[in-house]
Design a protein around this ligand. Structure first.
Ligand SMILES: Nc1ncnc2c1ncn2[C@@H]1O[C@H](COP(=O)(O)OP(=O)(O)OP(=O)(O)O)[C@@H](O)[C@H]1O
Length: 584
């Protein structure tokens, strides 16, 4: 229960509802016990009337009275049961909601490296399945525990006072039942987990097949793809059947043990009535109902124990994430003014998960309004420079400063608010084009959106869609071409009018003519703004104030277009190669 202590703050938050729920549960169980009592009395009255011990008028009066009591008790119990679920189960839903929000908030705070070292499926599981298991502890487990305790205490006291010996025989099989249910639910849970794992394999496989359907079709591997699906599906079916087998044992075991209890009550109760140990015949009927009433709560002891164990394990997994400190911390509480002067001073960066030295003693400086182009072979560290400016990672050696202040001392939100970043892999959300562009600036006007789209040279394309800016993009913007996605991603970054603009090879999917147009508008927009363009093309770099060329994380060349085309090296070679391609 150590891990579940985390939930106590939520129990405290909803303490009044919870206490009310507990009170209601106790009341509902007390009223539920009236029914068998009056039923027993009704049967005794019938027996007395049969033996002519009471007159017919008294018999009718008493029977009507007991029937009315039974109906009344049933109605009141029904109302209390409804209220009990409305309070306790609702509290568990509130806690589930709060806990999901807490986990999601933590996910948002954790840095990129955290996402690199945890699988998406695992992250999703903790916020959905694990939270659901904890909810079962907060709601059903608590409700059934109170239920069982109340019912047992109230029923047992009464039963012992009426027929102590019969009570002992009646409850004798119940602990056995509880043990069997505990064992069965353990096996059920284990098998359910396996079924769940196979189902996630199956859905991950299906999802990937759908996403890569064009590759599957173009390679003509539909049949083998189907075979693989079939094998997975077959195993999943087998696991499901294994589960159903144990589940099928659940109710028969309960019915068997209830049956044994019923036989004991009928036999021992009957003997005691004949011996005169029990005064009223109705007591036997009453006890038969108690046995049935107590069976389910007793069965739940095993079930609830399992629920608590599972919730504990789930909360442990959740706590592992909640306890993680975000690597990137905001060390300055006051918002900073960002102008856009950037200095890299002997920066070295090694990715902790792969130990790859992505940057090795990189130094450069950029004044507000200047443009830097970064070129270099793939994997040379270009994107890492941009990630470090956005403080997605913190530098390990050397330092970066923004406007003369060390980057980790700059107010984090101010820094990111003033950066317009266009990633290499243009990610668009499943939303309208308008909302995808507005993502960078929630309060953008229609005019702002259109201007940004025009500057990114995508306005004309959007106008061609029948719904224009209201066109919904499918999963990852599937209805758009690679170049269109890149340009919408550019519009999203420039709409913010940020002080620092970072373009990570974001024109790779557009033709050189469009590239030229976009670069022209970017030159206009980026006047007075610090801009870094990562590219594999000389055409994107040639107008920059400064150019650096990276190789294995080191700067191997720097200068301007004019100086670099006149110096033998990577830049000149690339320039000549791209020039000849263009001429061809
Ligand atoms: N998140 C990461 N975790 C571990 N290693 C990484 C990570 N990102 C990049 N790397 C490694 O760091 C090196 C530099 O990567 P980076 O993405 O900065 O190169 P790049 O020059 O931008 O490449 P490209 O032109 O292909 O985009 C590469 O060797 C890459 O494998």
């Amino acid at each position: 229960m150590k891990e579940l202590k985390h939930i106590n703050k939520y129990f405290y938050k909803y303490r009044y509802r919870l206490l009310f729920g507990i009170l209601i549960t106790i009341c509902s169980k007390i009223f539920a016990l009236f029914m068998p009592r009056f039923l027993g009395k009704a049967i005794t009255v019938i027996s007395k009337a049969y033996k002519n011990e009471i007159t017919e008028t008294v018999f009718r009066e008493l029977l009507t009275l007991y029937i009315l009591y039974i109906i009344g008790a049933a109605i009141v119990t029904g109302i209390f049961t409804f209220l009990m679920r409305q309070t306790i189960i609702n509290v568990s839903r509130y806690i589930e909601y709060d806990l999901k929000n807490e986990v999601y908030r933590q996910y948002q705070n954790l840095s990129l490296n955290f996402y690199k070292s945890n699988r998406t499926g695992d992250l999703m599981n903790r916020i959905s399945e694990d939270v659901t298991k904890v909810r079962m502890y907060c709601g059903p487990a608590i409700m059934y525990t109170i239920n069982t305790i109340t019912l047992f205490v109230v029923a047992l006291i009464y039963m012992l006072s009426v027929a102590p010996k019969l009570t002992l025989y009646t409850v004798l099989p119940l602990p056995v039942l509880s043990f069997i249910i505990y064992k069965l639910s353990r096996i059920i849970n284990k098998r359910s987990r396996i079924v769940q794992e196979y189902l996630s394999h199956l859905s991950a496989y299906t999802q990937e097949s759908f996403s890569g359907i064009s590759v599957i079709k173009s390679y003509g591997i539909e049949a083998s793809n189907y075979d693989e699906f079939n094998t997975l599906s077959e195993t999943s079916k087998q696991k499901q059947i294994d589960l159903t087998k144990v589940q099928a044992l659940f109710f028969p075991s309960m019915i068997l043990l209830i049956g044994i209890s019923n036989i004991l009550v009928a036999y021992i109760g009957g003997m005691q009535y004949i011996n005169g140990e029990i005064e009223e015949i109705g007591t036997i009927a009453e006890f038969l109902i108690y046995v049935n009433m107590l069976t389910w709560p007793v069965a739940t002891v095993g079930w609830v124990t399992n629920l608590v164990q599972q919730a504990e394990a789930s909360q442990k997994r959740i706590n592992e994430f909640l306890k993680q400190e975000p690597e990137i911390k905001n060390l300055n509480a006051t918002p900073s003014q960002i102008d856009g002067n950037i200095v890299f001073d002997n920066v070295t960066y090694i990715y902790p998960d792969t130990n790859i030295k992505a940057l090795d003693n990189v130094s450069f400086s950029l004044k507000k309004g200047e443009t830097l182009a970064i070129l270099g072979k793939t994997g040379s560290g270009k994107s890492t420079i941009l990630d470090l400016i956005g403080r997605l990672y913190d530098v390990q050696e050397g330092h970066i400063s923004i406007d003369g202040v060390k980057i980790d001392q700059v107010h984090l939100k101010s820094l990111r608010d003033h950066i317009g970043y266009v990633p290499q892999d243009a990610f668009l959300f499943s939303d309208t084009i308008e909302n995808n562009i507005k993502f960078g600036k929630e309060d953008a006007s229609e005019e702002d959106i259109i201007t940004a789209a025009k500057n990114a040279d995508v306005h004309k394309n959007i106008k061609k869609f029948s719904k224009g800016y209201q066109t919904k993009l499918g999963e990852r913007g599937i209805t758009l071409s690679g170049g269109q996605k890149q340009r919408i991603s550019i519009a999203r970054a420039i709409i913010k009018k940020p002080e620092i603009m970072l373009f990570d090879d974001c024109l790779s999917a557009v033709d050189t003519e469009t590239e030229e147009k976009i670069l022209k508008s970017l030159r206009e927009i980026s006047k007075g703004k610090t801009t870094i363009i990562v590219s594999h093309r000389v055409s994107s770099a040639k107008d920059a104030d400064k150019i650096i060329v990276l190789e294995d994380g080191k700067i191997i060349q720097d200068g301007t277009h004019e100086t670099l085309v006149n110096t033998d090296g990577y830049y000149k070679a690339l320039y000549l190669k791209q020039l000849s391609t263009k001429e061809l």
